[in-house]
Design a protein around this ligand. Structure first.
Ligand code: MTE
Length: 346
C-alpha cells in the first residue's frame, strides 16, 4: 500500500509556484482604524500609548537591514470544504490579514502585516517528537504534498473581545499525531514558534515584543489535541498563509481564545507533563492554560460576555454580539471538561 510519507511527491508545492503566477496581494493601508490593544497588562498600556512607534518599521528602528525578498502567497487547492460557522458572514481577507496579533513583529494590530513581508519560510522544518513511536521531521513541501488539505470555516474569538470568521486551509492535528504514534506517556502536546530574532525583531527587543519570553510556546492536553476540531492551518481563503497569520503553519483551536492558536510552528512535542504557555507565564492570573472561550468567566479587567465581530469597513462597522460558551463549539468539546471547574481552570 502506498505510504504518502515515503513515496509522496503527489502534488506540486504551492510555495514554489513562481511569483508571476500568484494573485497580487491586497495590501491594506488604512491607518485610521488603529484599534488600541485592550489591556494585556503593561504590554497593552505601552502599545496603546505609543501607536506611532508600535506601527513604525521595526527593522529600521533597530538598525537591521531588511531582507530583500518579498513574501508571496500562492494558490492552495483543497479537496473538502466544511463550514463550522453556520450562516455567519466570513470576515473579509483584507481584515483577516491586517488586524493581527503576532508580537514577534510588533504589538499593534497593523504591525504584523507591515513588518513581516520579508519573512522567509523556505526552508522550514517542523519536528514532531517527544512521547511518540515515530518522530517526524517535515519540510515545507510536506505540509501540502503529504496531507489532504481541507477548508474549514471557524469562528475565532480573541481574549481581547473581538472576533472573526475565517476560512482556514489545512488538516487536523490528530492526523499528524496518529502518524507519529503517541505512546502511553503522552498526556500533553507542547508547541513552539520559530526563534529567529533576525527575522522576528520583536524577539530580541522586550519592548517591541511585548515582554513575552521567546520563543512563543503553547500547549494542549492530548485529548484536546486529538479532537477533530483542532487544526493545523497552512492557508486561508484559497491560498497559503501570509506571514502575519502564521506562515507557513500554525495551530487553530476554535473553542479557545486566539492566543492558544500559536503561529509559525517549528516543533510539536508530545509530553507527559503540562508544558508552560507564553501568556500564562506573562500573566498567570489573567491567562490560564485552558483558555476556553467562556462568557461566564470575565477577564480580571474586562467582561467576556460579548465580542466585537470584525467586519467590512472601519472600527464602527463592527457589530457587538453575545459570546457563546466554547465559542459555539460546545457540542463537539464540552465533554472534554466534564467534572472540571471551569472558573478555576480558566
Ligand atoms: N503566535 C505567536 N507566535 N505570537 C503571537 O503573538 N498571538 C496570538 C495567536 N498566536 C500570537 C500567536 C493571539 S493573541 C491571537 S488572538 C492570534 O494568534 C491571532 O491570530 P490572527 O492574527 O491570525 O488573527
Amino acid at each position: 500500500m502506498s505510504n504518502k510519507f515515503t513515496n509522496g511527491l503527489l502534488k506540486r508545492s504551492p510555495w514554489h509556484i513562481k511569483e508571476s503566477e500568484v494573485t497580487p496581494e491586497e495590501i491594506f493601508k488604512d491607518r485610521r482604524s488603529i484599534i488600541k490593544a485592550l489591556g494585556f497588562g503593561a504590554v497593552g498600556a505601552v502599545g496603546a500609548t505609543i501607536p506611532s512607534v508600535a506601527n513604525a518599521d521595526i527593522f529600521s528602528l533597530f538598525g537591521k537591514d531588511k531582507p530583500a525578498k518579498k513574501f508571496a502567497t500562492a494558490p492552495l487547492p483543497f479537496t473538502k470544504q466544511t463550514n463550522y460557522a453556520g450562516a455567519e458572514i466570513v470576515t473579509p481577507y483584507s481584515k483577516v490579514t491586517t488586524h493581527n496579533n503576532f508580537y514577534e513583529f510588533g504589538t499593534s494590530k497593523k504591525a504584523p502585516a507591515e513588518n513581516s513581508q520579508e519573512f522567509q519560510v523556505d526552508p522550514w522544518t517542523l519536528v514532531i517528537d517527544g512521547e511518540v513511536d515515530r518522530p517526524l521531521t517535515l519540510g515545507l513541501d510536506d505540509f501540502t504534498k503529504l496531507m489532504d488539505i481541507e477548508q474549514r470555516t471557524y469562528r475565532m474569538r480573541c481574549v481581547e473581545a473581538w472576533s472573526m470568521v475565517i476560512p482556514w486551509l489545512g488538516f487536523p492535528l490528530a492526523t499528524l499525531l496518529k502518524r507519529a504514534g503517541v505512546n502511553s506517556k503522552g498526556k500533553y502536546v507542547a508547541f513552539e514558534t520559530l526563534h529567529d530574532p533576525e527575522q522576528m525583531p520583536g524577539q530580541s527587543n522586550r519592548f517591541m515584543g511585548g515582554g513575552i519570553h521567546y520563543p512563543y510556546v503553547e500547549g494542549l492536553t492530548i485529548e484536546e489535541a486529538m479532537n477533530d476540531l483542532t487544526f493545523m492551518a497552512v492557508g486561508l481563503y484559497d491560498k497559503t498563509l501570509p506571514p502575519q497569520n502564521g506562515a507557513p503553519i500554525r495551530l487553530v483551536v476554535p473553542w479557545k481564545y486566539g492566543f492558544k492558536s500559536i503561529k509559525s510552528v517549528v516543533r510539536i512535542r508530545v509530553t507527559s507533563q503540562r508544558p508552560p504557555t507564553s501568556w500564562n507565564q506573562l500573566g498567570p492570573s489573567e491567562y490560564g492554560f485552558y483558555a476556553n472561550v467562556n462568557p461566564a468567566v470575565d477577564h480580571p479587567r474586562w467582561s467576556q460576555a460579548s465580542e466585537r465581530r470584525i467586519a467590512e469597513g472601519g472600527l464602527f462597522s463592527a457589530t457587538r454580539i453575545k459570546t457563546l460558551p466554547f465559542n459555539g463549539y460546545g457540542d463537539q468539546v464540552a465533554d472534554l471538561y466534564r467534572g472540571l471547574d471551569l472558573t478555576k481552570n480558566f
